[in-house]
Write a protein that binds this ligand. Structure first.
Ligand code: FNR
Length: 343
């Protein structure tokens, strides 16, 4: 196995080693206001939403993680089986390793057979030319393609990139691919400063992917001998902060929220803060590795029921109504919201 494929195994292993049950993504600072008299019954609740312009039955999905090595292809097969049984959309990890050698494309090519009817999303870095993106999409007839922005990860990665000119390429990809593009971070938080530029080049779908869950600065630092990037561990924007700061741009984009999401309450908070859907990676990986496929399926089914229960408590019968739901912010988040509105 070459170093690139081996890195895929290391990412899964280290992400799992660093997984924390009680990590914080800032969403605990948002308080939802109960309806008290909801004037609504549970059977009226509609969980459906949108992801990359497509309808999805529930407003969360299995976000990008892995694939390309024998071990991680097996994880993807299991995730695809879980997706097929629960109806969730599924994104793979970066397919760049599969573009280097056909050996590493085999697992990606089989993915569709495990989840024939699901929304499947491919993944590549922002420096890949159009031709690579087309090849990645063709590997499993992807319904959308995630393009990850991961400057901090690359800089801490010993073998990572050191030069980042991406905007022209993103514009070209967005203009020439028929498949929708989702621009995402990898758990460092998309800066609100880049959103007007993304809107200008026609990007519609953005996964804000904030801090508070899987931490690629910590993961790549762990792969360094001297581990000299400890000081950057908390650099970036939390999931709550990215959502609050992106709120002034909610008419320009359909947002995905991700970063440390584990519970139905956190999913609902993201939707109230304007996201159309929520991506979950590390938490689902942890459950799959520790408790197996059946336990992950049961957890996903429980999340669906819990989402409906919370929506009833808020008096909201669908995701559109959730976006109008009232919420309270702690003083620091309120200050961020005010600064975002005036900047
Ligand atoms: C990831 N993530 C990721 N993202 C991406 O765009 N391409 C990739 O190849 C990977 N690889 C990857 C591997 C593993 C093991 C994990 C756990 C995650 C990042 C992921 O999609 C997400 O943006 C962050 O992990 C934040 O979400 P969670 O994990 O905190 O729910």
């Amino acid at each position: 196995m070459d170093a690139h494929a081996h890195r895929k195994d290391e990412h899964v292993f280290i992400a799992e080693k660093f997984y924390q049950e009680n990590s914080t993504n800032g969403l605990e600072k948002i308080k939802l206001v109960p309806a008290t008299i909801p004037e609504l019954s549970l059977d009226e609740i509609d969980l459906s939403s949108q992801l990359a312009g497509k309808n999805i039955a529930v407003p969360f999905f299995i976000n990008a993680m892995t694939g390309g090595s024998p071990q991680t292809d097996k994880i993807n097969q299991k995730l695809a089986t879980v997706a097929a049984k629960t109806g969730l959309a599924l994104a793979t990890g970066s397919q760049s390793v599969a573009l280097k050698s056909e050996t590493y494309a085999t697992g990606f090519r089989k993915l569709r057979s495990f989840a024939p009817k699901n929304l499947l999303i491919g993944n590549l870095g922002a420096d890949h030319p159009l031709e690579n993106c087309q090849k990645a999409i063709e590997m499993f007839a992807a319904d959308a393609l995630e393009i990850h922005l991961n400057v901090a990860q690359e800089l801490v990665m010993p073998e990572g990139d050191r030069s980042f000119y991406w905007l022209d390429n993103l514009k070209n990809l967005n203009q020439n691919l028929r498949t929708p593009l989702i621009i995402k971070e990898v758990g460092g938080g998309i800066s609100p400063l880049i959103l007007p530029k993304l809107a200008e080049i026609g990007i519609k779908y953005v996964d804000l992917s904030g801090k508070g869950g899987t931490n690629f600065i910590a993961i790549e630092n762990e792969r360094r001998k001297a581990k000299e990037y400890d000081f950057l561990t908390y650099f970036g924007l939390t999931t709550a902060e990215t959502l609050i700061l992106a709120r002034p741009f909610s008419n320009d984009f359909s947002f995905t929220a991700s970063g440390g999401i584990k519970t139905a309450l956190e999913i609902i908070k993201c939707l109230v803060l304007g996201a159309d859907n929520v991506g979950i990676s590390g938490h689902f990986l942890h459950l799959l590795l520790h408790e197996g496929e059946e336990a992950l399926i049961a957890h996903i089914e429980a999340l669906k029921e819990q989402l409906a229960a919370i929506m009833l408590l808020l008096g909201c019968k669908n995701v559109t109504e959730l976006k109008q739901a009232p919420y309270l912010l702690t003083p620091d988040l309120l200050s961020y919201a005010q600064q975002a509105a005036t900047n």
